[in-house]
Ligand binder design. Structure first.
Ligand SMILES: [Zn+2]
Length: 175
């Protein structure tokens, strides 16, 4: 992902506005720094990555546009400024891996953990299905009695644990 998109993804407009000293009002407005005498607070801060819009002067854009206008910086310099102020570890146009921010690393770890959990759930569910089939196929009702097939015995022993595990991990994302 390129630096500009990464910055927009990581920083909300509110975080940026507050960091640079603006008090965001209850309904999400701040006095517009881009036109004079805005006592009404006409600049609206939107949630997530939706940036800002001033109903007074029409100034509009993302967190990056905000930094460009506020500090009178070209695009690239605004990226660097935001990256360094928020310690995002983004240099140039790419994210420097060794400097990757704590936020990014935590996010990546969380994603990897979620993937591992989904994978574990899938594996256990598959084993559960296999055991059920084994029980059906090798069960004493269908197989020559009184001989008990070792696969059957094993599956019967394993099933309660699998049922318990799957129940505990229902959907793979429960706490
Ligand atoms: Zn304005």
């Amino acid at each position: 992902m390129d630096a500009a998109n990464e910055i927009k993804r990581l920083l909300t407009m509110r975080q940026v506005a507050e960091f640079y000293g603006f008090q965001v009002g209850r309904s999400g407005f701040i006095p517009c720094p881009f036109h004079r005498g805005d006592h009404q607070a006409s600049l609206k801060i939107y949630d997530g990555d939706r940036g800002f819009h001033c109903f007074g002067c029409g100034a509009h854009g993302s967190v990056i546009d905000f930094a460009m206008k506020l500090f009178d910086l070209p695009f690239r310099q605004a990226l660097i400024r935001l990256s360094s102020d928020f310690r995002l570890g983004i240099t140039g146009s790419r994210i420097a891996k060794p400097d990757a921010s704590r936020i990014l690393e935590e996010r990546r770890e969380r994603q990897e953990q979620e993937e591992a959990e989904r994978e574990a759930y899938y594996q256990m569910a598959a084993e559960y299905r296999r055991c059920l089939e084994t029980v059906k196929f090798f069960g004493p009702d269908t197989y020559c009695q009184p001989y008990i097939h070792p696969l059957y015995a094993e599956a019967v022993k394993r099933l309660p644990y699998l049922e318990y595990w799957l129940d505990e991990h229902l959907g793979g994302d429960r706490n």
